[in-house]
Design a protein around this ligand. Structure first.
Ligand SMILES: Nc1nc2c(c(=O)[nH]1)N[C@H]1C(S)=C(S)[C@@H](COP(=O)(O)OP(=O)(O)OC[C@H]3O[C@@H](n4cnc5c(=O)[nH]c(N)nc54)[C@H](O)[C@@H]3O)O[C@H]1N2
Ligand SMILES: Nc1nc2c(c(=O)[nH]1)N[C@H]1C(S)=C(S)[C@@H](COP(=O)(O)OP(=O)(O)OC[C@H]3O[C@@H](n4cnc5c(=O)[nH]c(N)nc54)[C@H](O)[C@@H]3O)O[C@H]1N2
Ligand SMILES: [Mo]
Length: 764
């Protein structure tokens, strides 16, 4: 049987009639998946294929004048010239070599953030990192857009995110034990369509249904209602970015009414004393009363008080969406989530404690075990320079400038060459007009891409990459219970090559073939990577078959764990034997180390700090813009598919707006509107709704960025207006959810959307 894996599901290939002959084989979701995603059903649609990059291409000015001798600001507007593979590889290899010799490897940025494909060998970042390491290294990034604040903060207070994510209490345990499920940011099933590396079974719909059937009560603190498919759930409207204040007030009630678990705090935590002083107003700041929190968040004080009492009397799970920490001071809700759960004392008990991301990817709450997967060895990077991933524009705009991170001060390197593989910064980064200015600084930008994305259009040299169906690979994701043999299903289109072949071509020209390839071709690499994973799995309860059997059989299904996971159960049972990897071995409600950094924007314990932009300090006509993950695609991937386009209005992305806010502005459902602030502007189509609170608008990410000559995006990418500022000087994550805008309209003569057109090309 033939399979392919995508981040949103595993598909059987070519099992339907009429497939055998030619073209893209029909993909059918696995029969065992009772809630398959529709995102990928359009794989290979003609509209998508029309946007494929067919040949290597070079920006005209760069080709004619060489790097540095052109106007890099012309990236994205100048014509691209198709060239043959040898020419493109020669040009790129020569320029990489030039920069490396003249300016050193610390002038090359190859962080290359992005989700690329589910296959673990042709994984964009792994390929480019390995290649650059063979050449002497590159400037890298740390952390992710997803979890910038959490990745950097959580190790101090409870443990690394990757361990915490893999340790989430399973859905079946919550169905059995959880009385009260609190969520800050819902449990959006749309997000759990995906897991990085693929999904065998989708659990959220079934998980929520089982909990409802058992009588779990749901309370959702959220600016929108549509992120929890539990009709009877209590929806509590909360101003964006103010969740920390409400959690503090819940804690205040628990502590002042003596409903907190002192024994738990004494045995498993450090620093409750400092937290208590802050909560009760003995630290020089106002006490965190429900009335105080109401003034900040808009949540009625009386309800905060009664909910705190309900929490204490129930087996309570407190969940938080990752989006809360993609905001100014994003550390605080993470820290306060753990603090509140610790005060309640149910961490480590079945169905109690906290969840950090039910509703973000499928793996959280999965019944499958943690497994070891195949990975491509990236080698060693001798270059020390790095950036927190979302500081890219800062780095490009301010070479030599300093930035704070993790209690230290670092310097931005001077980047002359960028190589990006498997990501789309002109979708994912905030304040794209600003990134556009930074992007004009390097002498050369190389991009490997499958489609003419906004980033591919802004390259000097583009290499056309093949897709998962056009090459061999292995799909794997931890806690998703699968290893997928992704056998090639069709030849690559026109001139496309796999990322591995592209780097082999560059490696040959740079004299590093042996180091890069280790004499392995594609299949030999898959065998090698798989056998490494098999060796690691040999001692577990689920040994893997050998490579030949795996390749033949197509899919290895790992069984569910015999004992379902309860987060931090072992720590609760034996806090010394299973000490946490924090400085004290305990949960750090107060952290000496962070306090010692003496940062103005992150103290030694969770506290309320007003975000850089929010409704508490907004003009009357300003609205808070949320940019959540899109339901009909993965970020910007497959934005041109029929399924994604069906969610647009006349080709434009919808912006959800409360009926009252629309009425005041004379806007009707479907009208084109413009969102703007000092950073930029974006057109979108109004979607008038009562499922969003007044004062808040929501525009999902991923519409291909399509600015007009004045930097106004015609298509509906929220990053035309979002804030490009670090979460704090401790973590420097993305603050995408902190953004005020003004909304005007209806716009009568809105410009046509041109996002899904192939750029001007001089064809071979
Ligand atoms: N405003 C706002 N912005 C956000 C967010 C937000 O909440 N709000 N969320 C952020 C988050 S959490 C994330 S993770 C990022 C996601 O940002 P990205 O990961 O950059 O988004 P993708 O659209 O998945 O980009 C992957 C790209 O890789 C290409 N690709 C796929 N397979 C291959 C391959 O095999 N080879 C090559 N060469 N290319 C390939 C795809 O065509 C696509 O262009 O966005 C961030 N941006
Ligand atoms: N279909 C699909 N699924 C995806 C992705 C995708 O692109 N498409 N991307 C994946 C990736 S890379 C990631 S990182 C995860 C991200 O997972 P999340 O970060 O959890 O996802 P979001 O959809 O941005 O936000 C979740 C909910 O939080 C709400 N919210 C935003 N700000 C606030 C706030 O201040 N307070 C409260 N209470 N609620 C708030 C949003 O309105 C939204 O309903 O999703 C993953 N899943
Ligand atoms: Mo993400």
């Amino acid at each position: 049987m033939r399979y392919t894996s995508t981040h949103w599901g595993i598909y059987q290939l070519g099992v339907d009639a009429g497939d055998a002959a030619e073209g893209v084989p029909h993909a059918r979701p696995l029969a065992e998946d009772d809630d398959p995603s529709e995102i990928g059903l359009g794989l290979g649609e003609p509209e998508l294929e029309a946007l494929r990059i067919c040949h290597p291409a070079v920006r005209e000015g760069w080709l004619e004048h060489g790097p540095g001798g052109t106007a890099p600001g012309q990236r994205g507007s100048e014509r691209m010239v198709e060239v043959d593979w040898d020419t493109a590889l020669d040009l790129a290899a020569r320029d990489i070599d030039r920069v490396r010799r003249d300016d050193g490897n610390r002038a090359i940025f190859a962080g290359s953030y992005g989700w690329s494909s589910a296959g673990r060998f042709h994984h964009g970042q792994s390929q480019v990192h390995r290649f650059m390491n063979c050449l002497g290294g590159y400037v890298r990034h740390v952390n992710t857009y997803s979890l910038g604040a959490a990745h950097a903060l959580m190790p101090y207070i409870i443990g690394p995110m990757k361990d915490l994510m893999a340790d989430h209490t399973t859905w079946e345990v919550m169905a059995e034990h959880t009385d009260l499920f609190f969520s800050f940011g819902g449990v959006p099933r749309k997000n759990t369509q995906v897991s990085p590396g693929g999904v065998r079974q989708h659990f959220t719909r079934g998980g929520l249904a089982d909990m409802r059937a058992r009588g779990t009560k749901f309370v959702n603190f959220s600016p929108v209602r549509d992120n929890l498919e539990v009709p009877e759930a209590e929806w509590i409207q909360i101003r964006p970015n103010t969740d920390t204040a409400v959690m503090l007030a819940l804690a205040h009630v628990l502590v002042t009414e003596n409903r907190h678990d002192r024994a738990f705090l004494d045995r498993y935590c450090t620093g409750f004393v400092q937290v208590e002083a802050y909560l009760t107003g003995q630290a020089g700041t106002p006490p965190c009363t429900p009335e105080w929190a109401e003034a900040i968040s808009g949540v009625p004080a009386a309800r905060i008080t009664s909910l705190a009492r309900e929490m204490a009397g129930s087996r309570t799970m407190i969940n938080m969406a990752w989006s809360l920490q993609r905001a100014s001071h994003g550390e605080q809700p993470c820290w306060m989530l753990v603090t509140l759960a610790a005060i309640l004392g149910q961490i480590g008990l079945p169905g109690g404690g906290f969840g950090f991301g039910y509703g973000t990817t499928n793996a959280l709450g999965s019944p499958f075990p943690r497994t070891v997967g195949p990975t491509l060895d990236q080698g060693r990077n001798p270059v020390e320079d790095f950036i927190p991933v979302a500081r890219i524009a800062d780095m490009l705009l301010d070479p030599g400038g300093t930035f704070a991170y993790g209690g230290e001060t670092h310097r931005y390197p001077d980047i002359r060459l960028v190589h990006w593989v498997g990501g789309n910064p002109f979708h994912h980064h905030q304040d794209l007009n600003r990134l556009e200015r930074g992007w004009a600084r390097p002498e050369t930008i190389i991009v490997n891409e499958q489609y003419w994305t906004p980033t591919a259009r802004r390259a000097d040299i583009v290499f056309p990459a093949s897709t998962a169906l056009e090459r061999n690979d292995i799909g794997f994701a931890t806690r998703e219970g699968h290893y997928v043999a992704m056998r090639q299903a069709m030849p690559p289109i026109a001139g496309a090559r796999s990322d591995y072949e592209i780097f082999c071509g560059l490696a040959a020209r740079l004299g590093i073939t042996e180091a890069f390839t280790e004499d392995r071709d594609e299949i030999a690499w898959l065998r090698h990577m798989y056998e490494e994973a098999r060796a690691a799995m040999a001692q577990t309860e689920t040994p893997l078959p050998d490579f030949d059997r795996f390749w033949e059989q197509g899919l290895v299904q790992i069984p569910r764990e015999p004992q379902p996971t309860v987060m931090l159960q072992a720590f609760r049972a034996d806090p010394e034997g299973h000490a946490l990897p924090t400085p004290s071995g305990r949960i750090e409600l107060f952290c000496e180390k962070i306090a010692g950094f003496a940062l103005p924007d992150c103290k030694g314990h969770a506290c309320w700090m007003a975000p850089a932009e929010w409704l508490g300090a907004a003009a009357e006509d300003e609205l808070h813009l949320l940019s959540d993950q899109p339901a009909r695609r993965l970020h910007s991937q497959l934005d041109a598919s029929a399924h994604s386009r069906a969610g647009k209005v006349d080709g434009r992305e919808p912006v959800m707006i409360n009926a009252a806010d629309a009425a005041v502005r004379g806007i009707a459902d479907g009208d084109v509107v413009m969102l703007s602030n000092t950073r930029g502007a974006v057109y979108a189509a109004a979607q008038v709704s009562r499922d969003i609170m007044p004062g808040v608008v929501k525009l999902s990410t991923g519409a291909w960025y399509d600015p007009d000559g004045d930097g106004r995006d015609r298509h509906g990418n929220p990053n035309a207006v979002t804030l490009d500022q670090g979460t704090s000087s401790l973590t420097q994550g993305s603050s995408a959810q902190t953004c005020l805008v003004r909304l005007s309209g209806p716009v009568n003569a809105a410009p046509a959307v041109r996002a899904h057109e192939v750029p001007a090309l001089r064809r071979i």
